[in-house]
Design a protein around this ligand. Structure first.
Ligand code: SF4
Length: 910
């Protein structure tokens, strides 16, 4: 056990537990100088440094030790979370948290003493030599290993320990047996078992979605069901019942697609009911993600090689990655069993480099091909009965005409259906920008100037395949020459200074100039937009010249692909399986970039000189974060992204369900009570109005008693533009609820301003305050902490609103700063006439309010208060809340008092 102090940093106080047992309270400035001279144990070094407002400092981070001892295991990254994970008493104060961290260190080192695997010792030795601060303690704790065993250990070359995948025969197409509604009900009852409560609404839901699994009678007319299920119905198990039956009867697979990763993980958890045996589940269920989510073993090996050349933290961190690789189920870095906080500690950029983010895979030429996590995921998905995917992947697959293995599913369930159009909007848009151009150049040319960059260009990836003959060498050279049109390193600076004199960068200079000249709210700090037409002087000429150069680049890429095709189709020397797969994957990559990306870019640029189309909108943008420019782009979006979604995803399918708790919005219009109007709105909001035949519609009401379980307050005496008043309102409501509060904001600047004002006061009341865009943690980590710490408060923006699932007391109050109107941008203006005119903004705002309100009650016993601090909220928006719920307009003091009274029974029961 290291003889080291323990540090716990809060906003108001910093506690320092001396190794001798004395606890000292330090002012933040004293703590800053103390950590420079003494190495302390703490929990989450990056977040602690941010809280102390100091650069990163050396520390014994308990989370690092946890990641070493329990790789691929999650714990909430707080002292309480560590205590829970290790079976220690939960701390109730900052002082107790200090003691908990010391106890956690002891418990982890004791656990390490039981680790007889020489692999652990071998990795720890390398990490120790690299300067890992836990190294000496870990080595002292680990049992000694035989020198021979140590020599044989793979250590950081952990790939050697992974199992290889094996190829299986292609699966035949699925059958066409229908799932009858009563069968779906029965399957649901089986899944629930004799003990679990049978809810009639859940059974009705399972029966209602069954028709989506009937055989298709006409091409292009899928069996479609649009199903709204109020919160508490238990829709996940409802559709799993019908989907699993279909998959079993027809030996096929159903793709369940979600918008958020959070739900992807939850669904995978629910599938335990279908496959209680972990082995069967592993064979039948796969969480399918894009390749950019998985660790690429070759990138890891590259990183290892680089780190060995310069000892220090990187090698230490790679040791933690090595431990995780050996223990990980799927090698999924983005979620799965890789703790989000580990990426925060190591650095998201460094972890990102370990994935195949840039499409640089060399397939069968890779020495790790047969152990590759990406390849394993692809192969598992081919055999699985249930594939849990996400909308972005499904849309990308459709846009690109099949993923790596050209899989095209026939049956889908789209959960979080209210986000389908958002996902389609991103997937089917065309964006030509500085960053995208730079990425493509890097994909083609590889690293040019940065010594730290490990980017592998085409020559490194496929030189051996094409340069064997003269034609191939010439074709590859043509590509490298043509790629010089694309922006290079430092493009952003040159463009911002107006120094891009030719080609792509000159175009970006003119685009930026037009945006700055025409955008309104130019000093808002957020992204700026302007219409693409009429183009400013010189822009069209520059666009046409870039279009021509991009077409030349596309032709050059196709030239290389031709060379590879000749090799692939050589009758005299047919390639063996591995080489064939590599050739096919490389050809796919080249043709996608030439035929889809570059062609779409050049068409977009040429179209700027043409009469605009009515179904798309072209616009120019300068992306900014906190006033700092990040990218400059020419964009094309579909006015109604439902059109490409239906054409490329929905119509080719044989059957699908689109489901959500918030699809219809049958209030706020004169013909509000008309369910037909509500369904028409839902069909427009999901894109399904473009199907040749209308989908079947089902609506199952929530099982919760919202009027009894919730209250809605609109505060009438807070000026929403006065940060002082806004902050005071948040603080008093959070205190009234005694935590368990989620503060939602329509802008990051407002969130930060409020956070700064209320953090010390809340801490003084013993309430932990977490904040997106402030704490050095990802949204997922913040939500995990918020869920685990029952009296904490969380401030966030849209991502938090959409991604929070916190049952029970941990979420009992939601406070909104303003009406969540859609951003009045160029896209909104184009879409307004197509999505209901003046009603469009109301509909979006109402659905957002419903979505946020729905987070309050996740179980029958929950109680919750929803507060709007915007007195200007129009009454017509309040129909977002269920009928019968008490909605009161009242001053802040009364709202706080009413919050106490309403929540008190729940808090006193607890
Ligand atoms: S096969 Fe591709 S993704 Fe897999 S480890 Fe090798 S280079 Fe990385």
């Amino acid at each position: 056990m290291p003889h080291a102090p323990v540090l716990v940093a809060c906003f108001r106080e910093v506690l320092w537990l001396h190794p001798e047992g004395e606890i000292e309270a330090l002012a933040p400035a004293d703590a800053r100088s103390r950590v420079e001279s003494e190495t302390a144990m703490l929990c989450h070094a990056v977040a602690t440094a941010r809280r102390l407002e100091t650069p990163a400092f050396p520390a014994l981070d308990l989370l690092e030790l946890f990641a070493f001892v329990y790789p691929a295991r999650f714990c909430v990254p707080t002292p309480r979370g560590l205590a829970d994970a290790l079976g220690l008493p939960s701390p109730r104060s900052s002082a107790e948290a200090c003691v908990t961290l010391a106890a956690a260190a002891r418990a982890l080192l004791e656990k390490l003493a039981e680790e007889f695997d020489p692999e652990a010792r071998s990795i720890a030795e390398v990490m120790d030599r690299a300067g890992w601060l836990w190294g000496p303690a870990a080595l002292a704790a680990l049992p000694p290993a035989e020198p021979d065993a140590l020599r044989r250990a793979a250590g950081l070359r952990v790939w050697a320990r992974l199992e290889e995948w094996s190829e299986s025969a292609p699966t035949p197409p699925p059958g066409n047996e229908a799932v009858r509604p009563e069968e779906a009900r029965l399957r649901l009852a089986e899944l629930l078992g004799p003990v679990e409560e049978q809810r009639p609404q859940q059974s009705d839901y399972a029966a209602a979605v069954a028709p989506a699994f009937a055989p298709r009678d006409r091409p292009d007319q899928p069996q479609a069901v649009l199903a709204e299920a109020g919160t508490g119905v238990g829709k996940t198990l409802g559709y799993i019942a019908a989907a699993s039956l279909w998959a079993e009867k027809n030996q096929g697979s159903v793709w369940i697609s979600t918008y958020t990763r959070n739900l992807q993980t939850q669904i995978a958890g629910e599938l335990d009911r279908l496959y209680p045996d972990p082995g069967r589940k592993r064979r039948n269920v796969v969480i399918r993600k894009g390749r950019e989510n998985f660790l690429c073993l070759l990138n890891y090996e590259d990183a290892l090689g680089a780190a060995m050349g310069r000892p220090g933290r990187p090698a230490g961190h790679l040791g933690l990655i090595a431990r995780w690789i050996a223990a990980s189920e799927a090698g999924d870095l983005a979620a799965g069993d890789f703790p989000g906080w580990l990426a925060e500690l190591i650095g998201r950029g460094r972890v990102g480099w370990l994935a195949d983010r840039r499409g640089e895979c060399i397939h069968s030429a890779c020495p790790h091909f047969r152990r590759c996590f990406v390849e394993k995921n692809i192969r598992k998905a081919r055999q699985a009965r249930i594939v849990v995917a996400n909308h972005a992947l499904v849309m990308a697959q459709a846009a690109l005409g099949g993923l790596d293995d050209a899989t095209v599913p026939t049956r889908y369930v789209f959960d979080e259906g209210h986000h389908l159009l958002d996902a389609a909007d991103s997937a089917f848009a065309v964006r030509l920008s500085g960053q995208e151009g730079r990425e493509l150049r890097r994909w083609i040319v590889g690293a040019e100037t940065g010594r730290r960059s490990r980017a592998r260009g085409l020559r490194r990836r496929i030189g051996d395949l094409v340069e064997a003959d003269e034609d191939g060498a010439r074709a590859l050279n043509d590509v490298l020459v043509a790629a010089r049109i694309l922006p290079g390193d430092g493009w952003a600076q040159r463009v911002a200074e107006g120094r891009g004199h030719q080609g792509f960068e000159k175009l970006l200079v003119l685009v930026r100039q037009q945006v700055l000249a025409r955008a309104v709210l130019a000093d808002s700090g957020y992204g700026l937009q302007a219409d693409a037409r009429p183009a400013a002087e010189g822009l069209l000429e520059a666009a046409l010249s870039v279009a021509e150069a991009l077409e030349q680049l596309a032709a050059a890429l196709l030239g290389v692909s031709q060379v590879l095709r000749r090799r692939l189709e050589d009758p005299d020397d047919p390639p063996e399986v591995g080489l064939r797969q590599r050739l096919e994957a490389t050809i796919r990559g080249l043709e996608r970039r030439a035929g889809l990306q570059l062609t779409a870019w050049s068409r977009l640029l040429r179209d700027l000189a043409e009469t605009p189309r009515s179904d798309t909108i072209e616009w120019l943008g300068v992306d900014r974060i906190d006033g700092v420019e990040r990218d400059v782009a020419v964009n094309r979006n579909w006015v109604d992204p439902g059109l490409p979604f239906v054409e490329l995803v929905a119509q080719p399918a044989h059957g699908f369900v689109v489901t959500s708790a918030t699809l219809t919005d049958d209030a706020g219009t004169d013909d509000a009570a008309d369910p037909e109007t509500a369904w028409r709105g839902a069909e427009a909001g999901t894109g399904l109005r473009h199907l040749p035949v209308r989908p079947a519609a089902a609506r199952i009401a929530s099982t919760f008693d919202y009027p009894a379980q919730t209250r809605v307050f609109v505060v009438t005496d807070v000026s929403r533009d006065d940060f002082g008043q806004l902050a005071a309102a948040y603080a008093s409501l959070f205190v009234a609820a005694r935590g368990g509060a989620l503060g939602l904001f329509t802008s990051i600047a407002r969130l930060r301003a409020v956070h700064q004002r209320i953090a010390p006061a809340l801490e003084g009341r013993g309430l932990m305050l977490l904040a997106q865009h402030v704490d050095a943690m990802s949204t997922a980590t913040l939500v995990d902490i918020f869920r685990a710490e029952e009296d904490s408060c969380l401030l966030g923006t849209d991502a938090v609103r959409d991604g929070v699932d916190v049952p029970g007391r941990a979420l009992r109050l939601i406070v909104f700063d303003r009406v969540p109107w859609p951003r009045p941008d160029v896209l909104h203006r184009a879409r307004k006439p197509v999505f209901g005119g003046a009603q469009y903004a109301d509909r979006v705002a109402r659905l957002r309010l419903r979505q946020a309100y729905g987070r309050l009650i996740r179980r029958a016993g929950d109680r919750g208060v929803f507060v709007m601090l915007d007195r200007a909220v129009p009454s017509r928006l309040l129909s977002a809340f269920p009928g019968g719920v008490t909605i009161s307009r009242l001053p802040l003091a009364d709202a706080a008092e009413a919050t106490v009274h309403f929540l008190e029974p729940a808090t006193s029961e607890a």
